[in-house]
Design a protein around this ligand. Structure first.
Ligand code: BYC
Length: 325
């Protein structure tokens, strides 16, 4: 009988894992996976969950000021959906053996990243339409690909989330259509909002491929199916047609159509601005973290009550089982 060394064992397991990825098999929580695959997923999924939860704040800002009951109901439902998305993804992250509390603490301590887009302010009511249209639109382009990610719990969460994001995007565009076809003042409001959200939406897809340190590994392991630039280009192509359909313009003097590729080519993205925001110095970073910390502190009694209730249920179940034996 031969005894395998741990190194040989790991090499064999890694080869088997990579063969499963190559065969497009779904990796499930109890399957063996390289530690680096696990840690990359924890990084990306937790950032995603934080983004959903922090993403409730800019829109939540307008709930009390929605101009009609219909718009208020839609906005309430949308913000609630985003909270639900955060929960699915935190649950998915926990299947990788990490505690949710630890992840939330990283966010509250300012150590975790979340999407740059949510560090911009919602200054006008039109921003609520622009977020649904552009931010959820960008999220769908990105997450439709993630619904094919190799890690089963993440991919399955994305299927459900994309369905809801599609509704969000459609309501956002319908909202912008209404403004763009309204009075000159309403159309100007829609244009002003598009001007502010256009470039930050393109930044959501992350740095150019050449400057994206995580992409190669994530693509090798089938987490990312398309690169940051490929997805950004897809979003631009889809969105420019929608911008034109409502007779608005994007704030990009260099935008041009490339006949050969069929792509809309944008001017340069301001990456200095992007990194400033990612590193915590955007217009609303401290406000967003302050709001999350306040919500966390004020929600402590709810978490304590839920824990006490769960413990009581467990005790009752245990006592019932003991009585029956
Ligand atoms: N913002 O190597 P790269 C929503 C970081 S919420 C901040 O390309 P990767 C919604 C990146 O983390 C949707 N940071 O990274 C909610 C990395 O830093 P670390 C949010 C960014 O992971 C409410 C470094 O830059 N969607 O839809 O290969 C209301 C280098 O980047 C950003 C997701 O989270 C950014 N924009 O690719 C409405 C999708 N971009 O960790 C709507 C899931 C990059 O090495 N995530 N960074 O220190 C992804 O698809 C990928 O993580 C990314 C980045 C494409 C974002």
């Amino acid at each position: 009988m031969t005894t395998q060394t741990p190194v040989a064992d790991d090499a064999a397991r890694l080869a088997a894992f990579e063969a499963r990825i190559a065969a497009d098999e779904s990796i499930e929580p109890k399957d063996w996976m390289p530690e680096r695959y696990r840690s990359q997923l924890i990084r990306m999924m937790s950032q995603h969950a934080h983004s959903e939860v922090v993403g409730m704040l800019p829109e939540g800002n307008w709930i009390t000021r929605a101009p009609s009951l219909r718009r208020k109901m839609i906005l309430l439902a949308k913000v609630q959906d985003e909270g639900g998305h955060g929960l699915y993804i935190y649950c998915g992250t926990e299947t990788l053996g990490v505690d949710r509390q630890e992840l939330v603490q990283q966010l509250l301590d300012g150590k975790a990243k979340y999407s740059s887009i949510f560090n911009y302010p919602t200054l006008s009511w039109a921003d609520i339409g622009a977020i649904g249209w552009l931010v959820d639109g960008a999220a769908i382009v990105n997450q439709t690909m993630l619904a094919k990610a190799s890690y089963g719990p993440y991919a399955r969460a994305m299927v459900r989330i994309c369905k809801e994001e599609n509704f969000h995007k459609k309501q956002g565009y319908e909202f912008m259509v209404t403004l763009a076809r309204g009075t000159p003042a309403q159309k100007a409001m829609a244009q002003e909002s598009l001007n502010r959200w256009w470039w930050p939406s393109l930044m959501m897809f992350g740095p150019h491929d050449a400057d994206s340190p995580n992409s190669d590994e994530l693509k090798k392991w089938g987490v990312k199916r398309k690169s940051n630039d490929e997805l950004r280009q897809r979003f631009v192509n889809l969105t420019i047609a929608q911008v034109k359909a409502i007779d608005l313009t994007v704030p990009d003097p260099d935008l041009r159509y490339d006949e050969a590729s069929g792509d809309w080519i944008t001017g340069p993205i301001d990456w200095d601005e992007f990194w400033r925001v990612v590193k915590g110095h955007g217009p609303c970073n401290s406000e967003r973290l302050g709001a999350r910390r306040k919500a966390h502190d004020e929600g402590r009694w709810v978490r304590d009550a839920a824990m006490a209730y769960a413990e009581k249920q467990q005790r009752n179940n245990r006592e019932t089982t003991e009585r029956q034996q």
